[in-house]
Write a protein that binds this ligand. Sequence first.
Ligand code: RB5
Length: 152
Amino acid sequence: MSEKKRAVVGSDHAGIAGRKRAVETLRSLGYEVEELGPDEGESADYPDLAHQVASRIEGGQASTGVLVCGTGQGMAMAANRHPGVRAAVITDEFTAEMSRGHNNANVACFGERVVGVAQIAELLTKFLGTEFEGGRHARRVDKIEPSVPERS
Ligand code: RB5
């Protein structure tokens, strides 16, 4: 039997409903999901959750991350400080597809105040269903990490 794919989902207080919808979406697609973040009525600082999720991707405990805050922006900024993490702010179907196909994104960031909860489920499904295209895009993705010496 093949192992379940593992995902980790986090949010701050501005993304709780979207986080819960993302967890449902991932589980319905067969993922084993770890959920991190505040309960309704609690507040949380978005970088704390971004670092918790990104650490699990960096350490290999999960292959896919999802982060939800008000805009998705702060989450992506913090998550992208971690080696091996490629966090993309997803705003529409095109960015959902391209961030996987061309950038091999492994963390999807959503702004619940930007796209809304229902769209998070749709865009996440598109993100998860899109394969990295490899080829010339693999060369470019390899150059994202600052440790790669050849940049010409
Ligand atoms: C919280 O009010 C808000 O600043 C946060 O959720 C996010 O949008 C930051 O990027």
